[in-house]
Design a protein around this ligand. Structure first.
Ligand code: SER
Length: 789
C-alpha cells in the first residue's frame, strides 16, 4: 500500500463505523494560551472534552498535523538521531465525544479497542503475533485503580500474556499540566525479523526505546480533568481520543526498519542526495543523521510557515527558527553544504502532500522565499560566530608561541560564558561549538566548561520564566450546566449571568477572567481587537478591559470582581469603539480584494489588526507596491465605498461557501458552518467571524498611510477609514496649511518650497566660499608673519 492508500483506508474504515471525517486543524495554534502548536489530534476538540461546548457529531476521525518540539511533549533532540521520532508528524485519530447527542452516538472502551484491533489486523493485515498492548496498571498515589475494563476488552482479542501492565508515565495520558486526561492503552508492534524475534521475546522490549519495537497507536480514555492543585476530577461524560503515528504505520506496512526508508521520506532524502552529492546509508553516522534531520525538519518548517507562522525571535516563531537552524547546522557541518538548500525541498514536499494538505502547494513560492531568506541569514550568522571562535584560537596561539603547530597537546578550557554567548547570539548549539573546537589549532586540546554553560543557560531560563509566567487558578463554577453564547453581532447590551470565573496573576498583576451565559462582547479574533465595556453587578460597575478567546470560550478580562458574582449582570460594550472597529474591519475586506485585483491573485492575507484607530494588513507580495499601484488600490476601495454596497452576512455550509469563491485563510480553523461576508459578490466574499458595517458607504473614506516590508515576501499596509480617516486628513491638511502660512500664502506652494530649498543650497555654497576665502586670508597672514629660526 502506498502512504496515500494507507491514509485513505483509515478514513474508509472509520466512515464505515459512522465517523465523520474532518480536516486537520492548523498546526499553529491561535486561541489557546497553553499551547503554541498542535501537539496531539485532540487539541482542536479540547472544548468538547472540557464541556465548554457540545460536539455536533459524536464520532469523528481525521489526520492531524502535529508538532512536538515545545512544552510537555518535546521530541526534538531525538529527531534524526533515532529513526522513529519526528518534529512534525501526522496523527491519525478517531474520537468519541460523550456529550454529543447526535446519531450514531458515542462509544467507549469496548468499541475503541475492537475497532483498533480489526483495523490493524483485518484491514492492514498486520500479523497479530507482532502486536503487544499495554494497559494502565493503576497508581496508588493518585488513588487510581487498574484499568480492568480495558483489560477485559482486550482479552477478547489477544492472549493475556500479550497484555502488559504500564505505569502512569506511559499509560496515563495528559495533554498538559492541567486539563482533560485519562488512562490509555497502547498498541506496540515488533517489526524485527522472525529470527530476532525468536531469540529475544518482544514482550521484554516494549517501552524500552528499541528502534523496532515501537508504539504505533495510543487509545486514550478521557475520564478526568487535572486541576491546578494536581487533583483529578471525574468528568461527567467520558470520551475516546486515539492517536496513531502515521509515519510509523506506513513504515510497518511497507516493511521498512526505519521511518526514513518508507515512501513518506524517501523522496526528500533523494532530493538531499542530489543537492549535496552525498548518499544516504541509513547508519548512525553524523552524515546520515544529517539526512534524517533535514528531511524531517523541512516538513515542520514548511507546514508551520504555510499555516502562517513566520520564523522570529519569540514564541512560536522562535520554535520554527530553532528547527530551521538545527537543519542548517547539520548540512553545514556534516554534508559540507555552505549555501541555502532547505528551500529547494519545498517543491517535492508540496507535490507529495497536494492531496491531503494543499495549503503548501498553493503557497509554494512564498514558503520557499521565507525559508531561503531565513537560511541565508543564519548562514551569515554562522560565519560571524566562526570568526569569533577563530579570534579565540588566535589568542590561544599567541599565549603559547612555543607550541606553533607542534605535537604537544596543551589542554585549553573554553569558557562557559563564551560558549553561551555563541549559543545565545549566534545560535550555536553546544555540540556545534564542540565540533568546531575539535578542529581547532594543532597542539591544543579544547574542552568546554560545560558547567559554566549550563549555569548561564539556567540563569537565562529563569529570567524568561519569571517574565512569562502566568499563574492561573482553577475555575470557580457557578453554573455547571449553562452554555455560553455570543449575541454581539446585533445586541450590544444584555442581562446575563456569570457561568464561571477565575483569577490569574502575571508579574505581580492580578486579573480576573469571567465567562457569561450570553455576551455582547466580541472576543479578539481574526485580527479584530476584543471589545471593552462594563459589567454592572447591581450598582457595582466593573470595567472589562479586554475580551479574549480560549478555544471557543469567551473570556472577559477585568482587574477586580465584585463581592458576589451571583445574580443578574448588565453587560454593555463600548459602542463607539465597536463601531469604529467595524469600519476598519469592513475596510480590510475591501482592501484585501483591491490588493488581489491590482497586484494579482498571489496576494494572501498573512496577518491583520483591526482596531478603533486604524487597520494593519500583512500580505504576501514580492516587491514594493509602486506609487501608481498604491493610488489604484486606494481609488478602487473608495469607489466601492461610494457604491454604498450592502454588507451581506450569511451562515452556510463550508463547502457551499467555498463553492461561491469565498476566500478562506490558511492557518485558520473553520467549522462545518461558516459565516460569509459579502460586499458585491463579484468583488469580495470572505469567511469571517468579525463585526462589520451595514453598508460600505458608512466607511466614508479610505486612506492608506504606509506600506513597508515586514520580512521575506511579506508587505504591510496601514490604513484608516471612517472618522479616523477624516481625522488623519484634517491633521495632514492642517500641517499643509501651516506651511502655506509660513511661506506667506504663495500662489503655487510647491514652487515656493522648491525655490526655498534652491535658495538654501545656493546660500550654503556661498557661505562655504566665504569661509574658504577667509581661511586663505588667515593662512596668508600667518605665513607673512612667519620667522625663520
Ligand atoms: N492524545 C493521545 C496522544 O497524543 C492520543 O491521541 O497520544
Amino acid at each position: 500500500m502506498t502512504s496515500v492508500e494507507i491514509r485513505q483506508a483509515f478514513f474508509d474504515y472509520f466512515t464505515s463505523k459512522g465517523h465523520a471525517i474532518l480536516p486537520s486543524a492548523p498546526i499553529v495554534i491561535k486561541d489557546d494560551p497553553t499551547l503554541l502548536f498542535t501537539n496531539a489530534g485532540m487539541n482542536q476538540f479540547k472544548d468538547y472534552f472540557l464541556g465548554n461546548r457540545k460536539a455536533p457529531q459524536a464520532r469523528v476521525a481525521d489526520t492531524q498535523k502535529c508538532l512536538r518540539v515545545s512544552g510537555k511533549h518535546n521530541d526534538l533532540e531525538e529527531v534524526g538521531v533515532d529513526t522513529y521520532h519526528h518534529t512534525m508528524f501526522e496523527m491519525l485519530g478517531n474520537w468519541s465525544f460523550g456529550n454529543s447527542r447526535s446519531q450514531p452516538g458515542p462509544y467507549f472502551k469496548k468499541e475503541a479497542i475492537a475497532w483498533a484491533w480489526e483495523l490493524l489486523t483485518g484491514v492492514y493485515r498486520i500479523d497479530p503475533d507482532q502486536l503487544y498492548v499495554t494497559i494502565f496498571e493503576g497508581d496508588e498515589k493518585e488513588f487510581l485503580p487498574r484499568d480492568e475494563e480495558a483489560f477485559a476488552c482486550w482479552k477478547e482479542w489477544i492472549g493475556e500474556d500479550r497484555i502488559l501492565m504500564g505505569k502512569k508515565k506511559d499509560n496515563f495520558w495528559e495533554m498538559g499540566d492541567t486539563g482533560p486526561c485519562g488512562p490509555c492503552t497502547e498498541i506496540h508492534i515488533d517489526s524485527r525479523t522472525p529470527e530476532e524475534r525468536k531469540k529475544v521475546d518482544g514482550k521484554t522490549l516494549v517501552n524500552q526505546d528499541h528502534p523496532e519495537v515501537i508504539e504505533i497507536w495510543n487509545v486514550v480514555f478521557i475520564q478526568f480533568n487535572r486541576k491546578k492543585d494536581g487533583q483529578l476530577e471525574s468528568l461527567p461524560e467520558k470520551h475516546v481520543d486515539t492517536g496513531m503515528g502515521f509515519e510509523r504505520l506506513v513504515r510497518v506496512l511497507q516493511q521498512k526498519h526505519s521511518n526514513y526508508d518508507s515512501e513518506i521520506f524517501s523522496g526528500t532524502i533523494r532530493a538531499v542526495e542530489e543537492i549535496s552529492g552525498k548518499s544516504y546509508q541509513g547508519t548512525q553516522d553524523n552524515r546520515d543523521i544529517a539526512f534524517r534531520v533535514i528531511s524531517d525538519h523541512i516538513r515542520a518548517i514548511a507546514f508551520t510557515i504555510a499555516d502562517g507562522q513566520m520564523p522570529s525571535n519569540t514564541g512560536a516563531g522562535y520554535v520554527v527558527r530553532r528547527i530551521l537552524r538545527r537543519a542548517v547546522r547539520y548540512y553545514f557541518s556534516y554534508l559540507d553544504v555552505k549555501e541555502p538548500m532547505l528551500y529547494k525541498l519545498v517543491n517535492p514536499l508540496s507535490a507529495q502532500f497536494q492531496g491531503v494538505f494543499p495549503e503548501l502547494a498553493s503557497q509554494q513560492e512564498f514558503v520557499e522565499k521565507v525559508v531561503h531568506e531565513e537560511e541565508q541569514n543564519f548562514l551569515r550568522t554562522l560565519e560571524k560566530g566562526l570568526r569569533r571562535i577563530e579570534e579565540q584560537f588566535e589568542k590561544v596561539r599567541e599565549s603559547h608561541p612555543e607550541v606553533a603547530g607542534g605535537a604537544a597537546e596543551i589542554p585549553v578550557v573554553f569558557s562557559g560564558k563564551e560558549a553561551f554567548e555563541l549559543y545565545d547570539t549566534y545560535g550555536f548549539p553546544l555540540d556545534l561549538t564542540r565540533l568546531i573546537l575539535r578542529q581547532g589549532p594543532k597542539g591544543f586540546t579544547f574542552s568546554i566548561d560545560e558547567q559554566g554553560f549550563e549555569k548561564e543557560m539556567q540563569q537565562q531560563k529563569n529570567r524568561s520564566r519569571a517574565a512569562g509566567q502566568v499563574d492561573t487558578e482553577d475555575w470557580v463554577v457557578l453554573d455547571p450546566q449553562g452554555a455560553a453564547r455570543f449575541v454581539g453581532y446585533d445586541t450590544f447590551e444584555t442581562t446575563s449571568r456569570v457561568l464561571k470565573y477565575r483569577k490569574t496573576q502575571a508579574q505581580g498583576k492580578v486579573s480576573y477572567q469571567i465567562v457569561l451565559d450570553t455576551t455582547p462582547f466580541y472576543a479578539e479574533s481574526g485580527g479584530q481587537v476584543g471589545d471593552t465595556g462594563t459589567l454592572m453587578f447591581g450598582t457595582e460597575k466593573i470595567a472589562v478591559v479586554n475580551t479574549k478567546k480560549e478555544n471557543e470560550l469567551i473570556i472577559h478580562l477585568t482587574t477586580r470582581i465584585p463581592d458576589s458574582l451571583e445574580g443578574p449582570v448588565q453587560a454593555r460594550i463600548n459602542l463607539s469603539q465597536r463601531k469604529k472597529t467595524a469600519v476598519h474591519h469592513s475596510a480590510t475586506h475591501l482592501l484585501h480584494a483591491a490588493l488581489r485585483k491590482v497586484l494579482g491573485n498571489h496576494v494572501q492575507q498573512k496577518g491583520s489588526l483591526v482596531c478603533e484607530q486604524y487597520l494593519r494588513f500583512d500580505f504576501s507580495h514580492f516587491a514594493k507596491v509602486t506609487e501608481a499601484e498604491w493610488r489604484q488600490i486606494e481609488s478602487l476601495v473608495n469607489e466601492k465605498i461610494r457604491e454604498n454596497l450592502p454588507v451581506v452576512i450569511r451562515e452556510m455550509d463550508k463547502q457551499e461557501a467555498l463553492a461561491t469563491g469565498a476566500m478562506a485563510l490558511f492557518g485558520e480553523k473553520y467549522g462545518d458552518r461558516v459565516r460569509v461576508v459579502v460586499m458585491d459578490p463579484g468583488y469580495s466574499i470572505e469567511l469571517c467571524g468579525g463585526t462589520h458595517v451595514g453598508h460600505t458607504g458608512e466607511l466614508g473614506f479610505f486612506k492608506i498611510i504606509s506600506e513597508t516590508a515586514v520580512g521575506a515576501g511579506i508587505r504591510r499596509m496601514e490604513a484608516v477609514s471612517g472618522q479616523a480617516a477624516e481625522e488623519y486628513i484634517q491633521k495632514e491638511l492642517l500641517s499643509l496649511e501651516a506651511v502655506r502660512e509660513r511661506l506667506k500664502n504663495p500662489p503655487d506652494l510647491l514652487k515656493a518650497v522648491d525655490r526655498l530649498s534652491l535658495e538654501n543650497t545656493e546660500l550654503q555654497k556661498r557661505i562655504e566660499h566665504l569661509e574658504t576665502d577667509q581661511l586663505h586670508k588667515i593662512a596668508e597672514k600667518v605665513l607673512d608673519s612667519a620667522e625663520r629660526i
